[in-house]
Design a binder for this molecule. Structure first.
Ligand SMILES: Nc1ncnc2c1ncn2[C@@H]1O[C@H](COP(=O)(O)OP(=O)(O)OP(=O)(O)O)[C@@H](O)[C@H]1O
Ligand SMILES: [Mg+2]
Length: 451
């Protein structure tokens, strides 16, 4: 159970049963109040905002349905669970339609009630967490299609917005799948050039011999296979933005020509001597370490400085894990909207594993994992651990580390550890109903140490 004790109201006219349940719920850490009639329940509800209401449906006078109604009306967040008599499932279904979270049929074992209660609380927690994430997605934590709330991402948004209004050349670096192209598009779409084109050219995807013609265009007969005149990407991006992806793979000859474009804003089409003037903003990206390539002599130093006027570095996902829940929500919403399938939420266990994973493929890999998981989930409402890709399921350490909450502003180490200790001790005592010897055993401690 969470750290704040839950306040619970149990309503039943059978005093012995009610008291027995109340006592056991109190053992489990709930703060319990009781009411023996609908009238009494309404009084208690008027006086206090309970987290959970457990009410028998059949009560003399004001019945359980009216109690549930009144509770929901007053406290929309309350978790109402109804107790029904044997053979009255229809009433239970009615109660659920009316807003009850779940029902349990008399006679029942206490453990069955606990199960119903815990899953209702878990559902509620997920629901409010999702509502919270959704509101964050709608508000601040995005720029164009880029989603993030961690400090590095908020800083990135600021940098991108600042850079966007200039025409300076930008060099974006980051591991594969960190969103380099997305960042380049965000700069373009927030810039005064947004009405013109964003043209992307992946330098590593085109054979060296064709790259020059692709970039600068060519005239008919310039080389074997050049059947007509063709406009290059540079000209297509006139007054707009040219995105040069994997710029580190360019040959030295082409590097020299690109340098001239950046310095003089002019070039010649392949097979022509006429000089073309151009107004284009260049954004380059690379996953390799250009500075090191300069040191090794494989990348021109002068070009590096021309490109690196404004460096933008995208952090790997494993360094900003707090973005993962928001990204997951973002991808689920997008996939649901595209496919029309019913939405689903990530179970806590699955989310823990996503948070603990090291994500070598960064956000692209996360996006793929969410898509796959949704497909495996079919029309279930919850994505379980088993729906995730095997490499994420089978992490030995997905547990402790992911559960530790480590906010940007840091934590008080001593107090944090103390709180964790207390929480574990409290939970072991809860589980053993206060038996210190058994609790010590659960914690692998000596009884005296525990005390
Ligand atoms: N912060 C983010 N928020 C939402 N989606 C993102 C984010 N970053 C990346 N993505 C998505 O992840 C995928 C990979 O992003 P992108 O293609 O921009 O990465 P990249 O750094 O260019 O990768 P590569 O080096 O492999 O080319 C895309 O589908 C993109 O939409
Ligand atoms: Mg890319």
């Amino acid at each position: 159970m969470s750290d704040n004790p839950k306040h619970l109201l149990i309503v039943d006219d059978e005093a012995a049963l009610r008291e027995a349940i109340a006592e056991r719920l109190a053992d489990r850490g709930f703060v319990v109040e009781q009411a023996g009639s609908g009238e009494e329940a309404l009084e208690r509800l008027a006086a206090f905002a309970f987290d959970v209401l457990i009410s028998d449906l059949k009560l003399p006078g004001i019945d359980g349905r009216q109690v549930v109604d009144a509770a929901i009306e007053r406290y929309p967040e309350i978790i109402p669970i109804v107790i029904t008599g044997y053979g009255t499932v229809k009433d239970a279904v009615e109660a659920i339609k009316q807003g009850a979270a779940d029902f349990i049929t008399k006679p029942f074992q206490f453990d069955a009630l606990m199960h119903v209660l815990q899953s209702a609380m878990e559902q509620r927690r997920l629901k409010s967490e999702n509502a919270y994430l959704r509101s964050q997605l709608e508000q601040r934590y995005r720029l164009g299609g880029i989603v993030g709330r961690s400090r590095p991402m908020r800083e990135l948004f600021q940098l991108l917005e600042t850079v966007a209004v200039t025409s300076s050349t930008v060099l974006i670096t980051g591991e594969t799948g960190t969103g380099k192209e997305l960042a380049a598009r965000a700069i373009h779409h927030n810039s005064p050039r947004r009405a013109n084109r964003f043209v992307a050219l992946n330098c590593s995807a085109i054979p060296e011999t064709l790259l020059e013609a692709e970039l600068f265009g060519h005239v008919r007969g310039a080389f074997t296979g050049a059947v007509g005149n063709r406009q290059g990407r540079l000209e297509q991006a006139h007054k707009g933005t040219l995105f040069l992806d994997e710029v580190g793979t360019m040959s030295p000859a082409l590097q020299a020509k690109l340098l001239r474009v950046l310095q003089e804003r002019e070039f010649e089409r392949v097979g022509e001597s006429h000089t073309v003037k151009i107004d284009v903003r260049v954004i380059a990206a690379t996953h390799s370490d250009l500075a090191k390539m300069v040191a090794d002599g494989t990348f021109r130093e002068d070009l590096f400085y021309r490109l690196n006027v404004i460096p933008v570095q995208l952090p790997p996902l494993r360094e900003r894990r707090e973005d993962i829940p928001l990204l997951v929500q973002h991808f689920i919403e997008r996939l649901v909207a595209e496919s029309g399938r019913p939405s689903a939420t990530m179970s806590q266990e699955a989310m823990r594993h996503l948070m603990a994973y090291h994500w070598p493929g960064n956000i692209r890999q996360l996006e793929n994992a969410v898509e796959r998981a949704l497909a495996f989930t079919r029309d279930r409402a919850q994505i379980d651990l088993a729906d995730l890709p095997p490499e994420i399921q089978n992490q030995p350490s997905a547990g402790a580390d992911a559960q530790v909450w480590f906010p940007d502003e840091g934590i008080d180490f001593e107090r944090y550890i103390e709180a964790v200790e207390l929480s574990l001790i409290r939970r072991s005592l809860e589980r053993t109903r206060g038996n210190k010897r058994q609790a010590a055993k659960l914690l692998n401690l000596k009884r005296t140490t525990l005390i």
